[in-house]
Design a protein around this ligand. Structure first.
Ligand code: F3S
Length: 413
């Protein structure tokens, strides 16, 4: 590949992976047939290069090549993660027709080289469910702990360039969490607080990220099935305050059968214990940007909502009316929006004055409703990022509290 037998794009991609692998200390590459990256471009990219030629933009922004080369089709099963715009509601986002057209052209280009346009941070909700032990190259930080931990797949948190190179070569450096010896737990965690709801899992996850940064915990004492939606929120929260790419929960997650197995027999002297005061500290921190209780924007669906979440929001809004002056958006993968539409839930939400959005989110697309000053969300990740990205104050609580805020325009904790 490096000699150009498969074309200059593959040669450039392989050169990038070899340099990247050297930095990681990888002895070799590993084959992958499951890549999730983000190579959409828009006006910001074409302005920098002064061209809308897709091969040139892909060469520069996705492969870090100095000279443009013709891009060859993806060699691995490849998916586009979340993008910058909702293909139905781009006007609501405040995008121009020109921006919309450029993003559409970019999607068509990616599809033409074999990339599935899933446009979600939760590919595992819409058909890309990697198997146990499968080597993947995924980029989205909330999806990485989900597939590593719940499914037992193997990925590091990749970037735009490494996933693009992996798409073209079907290879990724054999380093980090691809190796069994790097997947053992380093920390033992217990909770003194009962954890069951999605809200509680989010708070617990945010606290874990605070304390563990990029370490691997095993959580002792959680029994029984845990709702995958709660674990979707859990992983997103811990990868906002920290960078926990893998956790073990014997009996719940895919790999470790016991705490000792997770720790490879090496028990740390002390366990990290999550206490009631930690719970309160996280909730206080995640509400700390808000200077009041008036709410003019409610955002649900970070990571993208699954069907149960959309249905639950429809149930809470059924027959009611969102307060004038409040914008209510719930985000879900576009494939699930279609199912929700056919199930009648989109209709119920829209009758109440809300919108079901897809393909994007406010933090990634960098948009909020015009004039929005303070938003409410049930996502620890969105409230962590959006105030920093858009300068909008944030409130964080349960889904019910967020819907109530949409109906009344007031936050009641
Ligand atoms: Fe997904 Fe955007 Fe949240 S990418 S995880 S909805 S910040």
């Amino acid at each position: 590949m490096t000699e150009g037998d498969q074309g200059p794009a593959v040669a450039g991609a392989m050169d990038l992976l070899i340099r990247y692998g050297d930095i990681l200390g990888a002895e070799r590459l590993v084959e992958t047939n499951n890549v999730c990256g983000a190579s959409i471009y828009g006006p910001r990219h074409s302005r920098v290069l002064g061209t809308t030629d897709p091969d040139t933009l892909f060469s520069e922004f996705s492969l870090d090549l100095r000279s443009p080369v013709p891009i060859t089709p993806a060699a691995a099963h490849s998916c586009q993660l979340i993008g910058p715009r909702d293909h139905e509601n781009w006007e609501l986002q405040g995008l121009s027709a020109q921006t919309n057209d450029e993003i559409t052209r970019s999607e068509r280009y990616l599809a033409s080289i074999g990339v599935s346009i899933l446009n979600t941070c939760t590919p595992y909700q819409v058909g890309n469910v990697p198997g146990r032990g499968e080597h993947c190259a995924w980029m989205e930080s909330s999806a990485v702990p989900y597939i590593n931990s719940l499914l037992g797949a193997r990925t590091n948190t990749e970037g735009r360039e490494s996933t693009a190179a992996a798409m073209l070569t079907a290879r990724i450096p054999y380093a980090g969490l691809h190796l069994t010896e790097n997947r053992y737990a380093t920390h033992l965690v217990r909770t003194a607080v009962p954890i069951s709801t999605m809200f509680e899992w989010s708070v617990f996850g945010y606290w874990m990220g605070w304390h563990l940064r990029d370490q691997i915990p095993v959580i002792e004492g959680i029994t029984g099935p845990v709702d995958p939606i709660a674990l979707k929120q859990f992983g997103a929260a811990m990868n906002s305050s920290g960078d926990v790419e893998l956790y073990h929960m014997p009996g719940v997650t895919a790999e470790a059968t016991s705490v000792d197995h997770a720790l490879n027999g090496i028990r740390p002297e002390d366990a990290l214990v999550f206490e009631a005061r930690d719970f309160d500290a996280v909730v206080e921190h995640l509400n700390s940007t808000a200077t009041g209780d008036d709410i003019d924007f409610v955002m649900i669906g970070c990571p993208h909502a699954n069907l149960d979440q959309v249905r639950e929001v429809a149930r809470l809004l059924d027959g009611r009316r969102i307060k004038d002056g409040v914008t209510f958006w719930i985000f879900t993968p576009s494939a699930l929006r279609e199912v929700a539409r056919r199930s009648g839930w989109v209709d119920v939400i829209e009758r109440a004055g809300g919108r079901v959005m897809a393909d994007t989110c406010p933090a990634i697309g960098q948009f909020v409703p015009p004039g929005a000053k303070r938003f409410a969300t049930d996502s620890a990740k969105q409230v962590h990022y959006l105030p920093q990205i858009m300068g909008t104050e944030g409130r964080f609580g349960t889904t019910e509290a967020c819907v109530e805020a949409a109906l009344t325009g007031r936050w009641v904790a």
